[in-house]
Design a protein around this ligand. Structure first.
Ligand SMILES: [Zn+2]
Length: 326
């Protein structure tokens, strides 16, 4: 077993393996600086290129399973290129941020092929494809939105492997940005779960509380601060449960469980939160079954957190989540 395979078989922790936290292709970080190898890999017609645009890529349904549609380097559209990794057979995978509409020539099964967003495809893809698409979407967003040097404003130039950019004037190097965000189960002494509806969401869509970590702040502090700001509930005993990338455009979701002392009243910050309330397991299930409440999609860490508290998988529920949104 190679080191890369061992990395991909890490213990998953309390939440199990999350949809977008899976991977099966070695990122080949040691190849990123090897320009000759990169040129050779790109010239190899066996190389597989995933084209991504606005978090979408082409997917194909085959035998009920979703799989990514790759193109050869020769068929790849114009756009920023980056190395995703190398598999156990030595096949190199690249991403290109470009137009997904372009169809490779002479494809016979195009009827089954369609562009799909990572938030929809993520949970339906294999480990290999989920990892590749998550990686590619993250890098494409970064390249698309970070085109100039933050020091001097000059255009930056992507390195051959696309894992960093260099300023064309002062030579400074710039690496992909991540926004750490906390997302948490807030549980009261009666083991009830707090769910909240973002003020911008339709009725029926509720989820666990989340927010960004601020500069100079720990994840645990961000949990306590966000819960208090949004609901006036004070929590203690903040425990880390697991993480998942959510590169729309650049979040790393850090999942926690936070225990709230009893006797507190929820008072929502009405600018951010439309409503928030405690649910017992039976109340949550009844609301879902009655069509009054929907929980987050299966690709999200929110869904896995709620199911971790609930104790088993939940049905999707129809309410609230048909409208596109975060
Ligand atoms: Zn510069």
């Amino acid at each position: 077993m190679s080191g890369a395979e061992e990395i991909d078989e890490l213990d998953d922790g309390p939440l199990g393996r999350l949809a977008l936290s899976r991977s099966a292709v070695d990122r080949a970080t040691q190849r990123r600086g090897d320009t000759a190898w990169l040129e050779e890999a790109w010239a190899d017609p066996r190389a597989r290129v995933l084209v991504v645009q606005d978090s979408r890529a082409l997917v194909r349904t085959r035998d009920g399973q979703l799989e990514l549609v790759f193109v050869s380097p020769a068929d790849a559209p114009e756009g920023t290129r980056f190395l995703l990794g190398v598999d156990a057979d030595g096949i190199a995978y690249f991403g290109v941020s470009g137009a997904v509409e372009r169809e490779p020539a002479a494809r016979s099964d195009s009827a089954d092929v369609q562009p799909m967003a990572l938030r929809q495809a993520g949970a339906l893809l294999s480990d290999r494809d989920a990892g590749l698409m998550t990686h590619a979407v993250a890098l494409a967003y970064w390249h698309d939105t970070h085109t100039h040097c933050p020091r001097c404003g000059a255009p930056t130039v992507p390195a051959p492997a696309g894992h960093l950019t260099t300023c064309s004037v002062d030579g400074s190097e710039h690496f992909p940005r991540l926004d750490p965000a906390v997302i948490m189960l807030v549980i009261d002494p009666d083991d009830r779960l707090m769910l909240a509806r973002n003020a911008l969401w339709p009725k029926g869509r509720m989820s666990v509380v989340a927010g960004f970590v601020e500069p100079g702040e720990s994840g645990e502090h961000a949990v306590a601060r966000e819960v208090y700001e949004e609901t006036s509930i004070v929590v203690g005993q903040v425990r880390y449960l697991g993480s998942q990338p959510w590169p729309m455009p650049r979040s790393l979701m850090l999942g926690y469980e936070a225990r709230a002392a009893g006797g507190q009243q929820i008072k929502v910050d009405e600018e951010e939160i439309g409503e928030a309330r405690w649910f017992t397991r039976a109340e949550l299930r009844a609301a879902i079954d009655a069509g009054e409440l929907g929980v987050a999609p299966t690709s999200s860490i929110a869904r896995r957190l709620i199911e971790y508290w609930y104790g088993e998988e939940l049905p999707d529920g129809r309410a609230g989540w048909q409208t596109p949104g975060r």
